[in-house]
Design a protein around this ligand. Sequence first.
Ligand code: RB5
Length: 151
Amino acid sequence: MKIAISSDHGGFELKEFVVRLLNDLGHEPLDLGCHSIEPVDYPDYASQVARRVLQGEAERGILICGTGLGMSIAANRFHGIRATLVNDLYLARMSREHTDSNILVLGGRVTAKGLAEEIVRVWLKTEFAGNRHSRRLEKIAAIEEDIPGNC
Ligand code: RB5
């Protein structure tokens, strides 16, 4: 799977680890930076990944900042992005099954590498369950389109 990935300085170290993991798992990471621990602004990097996913250049994305909070807020500004901040395995599964997460967000200062690896593995392999969950995601899309009478 082609996966766009980026981080700010707070997520740089974990991002490097996840890029290696994706390669080892046979995926195709598109590493959009950052490339050092020099301070940068996470919205710049969230935008890069969100745009690649929306344009179909990558099937899914992964974003990592210090906490995962800023990246989540920024990425979810893009209509069609369902960015989910995940810090345990239950959320990794549910973010895919129920909310069809197309961007996984991790906190580089929150989640250790061993757990992050398991989260990434579960998030990559879990399918969206559809059915009633599709209806709910359609309602989120309606909010994005600002369709009156919806929600
Ligand atoms: C950067 O210091 C930090 O604010 C950022 O990585 C992130 O945690 C923001 O939500």
